[in-house]
Design a protein around this ligand. Structure first.
Ligand code: HEM
Length: 528
């Protein structure tokens, strides 16, 4: 087992091995397509297939591990830049990784026998303290458990893609955001990332998990959301092989969150809900996730595990992207332009804005959002190879290895983004006439393996609602000097890098802040 192998090789490789695995486990718990779960073995002709060439590290054996510990995801991108090979293999301790460069990425959706669940089990099992049942479900050792991942994915798509659901979520989430913004006093000091985590993850959690009747509405749970933050941002430390190696604060936070989720009684929740009928409750997202878990044999503990996996996968990305938004919008010139776009939009909409119209009404805000995703979307997406398979009809990917697609080479490709690909340019996604262009289709932050994040529409709309609410109501002044975007945290293990440090700002309410601004999502379009 990987964990045991890592245990045998000492602390630095352990840390890096864990990091490596977390890099590869990106939010999903499924096969890349339902076909791959049932397809028979491929007929592979070793004569015509190449095993991707191995690139050796400068320091034998541990060089790649150290490179990753030092540079995080950028290490994989720098390896890509060093070679002309379109795909190559590296070894990190006992783990074999095939790294795929952008030129072959279009073939990834067609590769069979990719899987994430067994990997997720290896990675998240220890840090989230998953129970035996959940681990065995994620290992996908039998036909039944192999159906679980695709079923869950289907449920996500059905829940987050249709416009009528989006409408409901955007309005609910905005309601929670509005409450937080409304509660902020003029002159209050906040740590930006901390506040955004609390607001967005709290709002998303409440909206998905039972609203005011669910676990996220428990005041104690809500207060300790900061601990949830600490806990989720320290998964790597929680993966240490023995508890005595882990900071007690992290263990306490994890225990607290787990106990709160476990104490939540679905039956009581069903009774508390206005409609009260168990059938109606079963139709809710919470009810359907639970139903699915139970169908696959999960006990209450298993259901808690799955909720934790969902929280760990859903919240941090949108939180990180929104935090970067405010760091970049602190640029005075950009802020003035963006505020004037927003003011005009509110005026034209007579105080009731539809966030779905923002791409036309506020192209610079959207362009800044895309530039945030491009600039900070330098993470890697990965899959576990559970049978020998082929890439582009030419390369052999061996059973038991991992395939990794670093996104930085996509997002900094000069042929797509031009000579200034390494700079943050808020207007990059605008045409000459100031309207939004189609360049955002070249972004890869939502997936490269053929499946795309089902929460992508919700993510942009919740980020827009937060941006509108905060920018129109408050001025932010950093306590320590000028507000420059911090560097990226190299320890971010999955998804958008978080800022390396949190910035403390003083919030001053604007005198001309619009009163009673309504935010909705009415349109039938989904174009972001
Ligand atoms: C800027 C914000 C976000 C980014 C960059 C992002 C990115 C991703 C990526 C790269 C994946 C993996 C896709 C794959 O390899 O198949 C994913 C999966 C997923 N995301 Fe997001 N995500 C974001 C926000 C959200 C939000 C707000 C939600 C909440 C609804 C969400 C829900 C999900 C779910 C449920 C999956 C798993 C899908 C499956 O199992 O098929 N995401 N996301």
């Amino acid at each position: 087992m990987l964990n045991e192998a890592l245990l045998a090789i000492g602390p630095v490789p352990i840390a890096a091995g864990i990091l490596l695995l977390l890099v590869a486990a990106v939010y999903t718990h499924r096969f890349s397509s339902s076909k791959s779960a049932t397809a028979g073995k491929l007929k592979l002709d070793p004569e015509t297939l190449q095993i991707p060439q191995t690139i050796s590290p400068k320091i034998p054996y541990i060089g790649h591990v150290l490179g990753f510990v030092e540079d995080g995801h950028s290490y994989f991108s720098s390896l890509c830049a060093r070679t002309s090979l379109p795909v190559f293999t590296i070894r990190m301790a006992k783990v074999k990784l095939s790294i795929v460069k952008p030129e072959l990425a279009r073939h990834l959706p067609k590769v069979r026998h990719f899987s994430l669940s067994p990997l997720v089990q290896q990675l998240f099992g220890r840090p989230l303290a998953l129970g035996e049942f959940s681990r065995s479900l994620l290992k996908e050792e039998d036909e039944m458990s192999r159906k679980f991942g695709p079923e869950v994915s289907r449920l996500f798509r059905e829940e987050f893609i249709p416009n009528k659901n989006l409408r409901k979520y955007v309005e609910e989430i905005d309601g929670y955001v509005l409450r937080e913004v409304g509660a902020m006093k003029s002159g209050q000091k906040i740590f930006l990332e901390d506040w955004i985590f609390k607001t967005l993850v709290g709002a998303l959690g409440k909206s998905l998990w039972g609203g005011d009747n669910g676990p996220f509405s428990d005041p104690e749970f809500y207060n300790i959301i900061k601990n949830l933050d600490t806990f989720l941002m320290n998964m790597k430390r929680l993966n240490a092989p023995f508890n005595f190696m882990i900071d007690e604060k992290l263990l306490t936070a994890r225990r607290f969150v787990r106990e709160r989720l476990e104490a939540f009684s679905f039956e009581e929740y069903a009774e508390k809900c206005a409609r009260g009928s168990t059938d109606a409750i079963k139709e809710t997202f919470l009810g359907r996730v639970r139903e699915l878990c139970i169908t696959y044999g999960a006990a209450t503990g298993g259901w808690t595990d799955y909720q934790l996996l969902l929280i760990a996968g859903l919240g941090p990305n949108v939180m990180a992207a929104s935090t970067w938004m405010f760091h970049h919008l602190a640029d005075p010139e950009l802020l003035t332009q963006v505020r004037s776009e927003l003011d005009e939009f509110v005026k034209q909409s007579e105080g009731s804005i539809d966030v779905a119209n923002m791409s036309e009404a506020c192209p610079l805000v959207l362009a800044t959002w895309y530039e945030v995703l491009r600039t900070h979307g330098g993470f890697s997406l990965g899959r576990y190879v559970h049978e020998d398979t082929t890439l582009a009809g030419k390369y052999l990917l061996k059973k038991g290895s991992y395939t990794l697609a670093p996104l930085r080479p996509h997002h900094q490709d000069r042929q797509i983004w031009g000579a200034a690909a390494d700079q943050f340019l808020p207007g990059r996604f605008l045409k000459e006439d100031g309207s939004l262009d189609e360049l955002q289709r070249k972004l890869r932050v939502y997936g490269v393996f053929g499946t795309l994040c089902p929460g992508r529409y919700l993510a942009v709309h919740m980020a827009m609602a937060l941006t509108v609410r905060l920018l129109l109501a408050f001025d932010m002044t950093p306590l320590n000097g000028s507000h420059k975007p911090p560097s990226e945290n190299k320890d971010t293990i999955a998804g958008l890098a978080t800022p390396a440090l949190d910035v403390e700002v003083v919030m001053r309410r604007l005198e001309n802040a619009p009163e009673g601004l309504e935010i909705s999502f009415k349109s039938n379009r989904q174009e972001f």
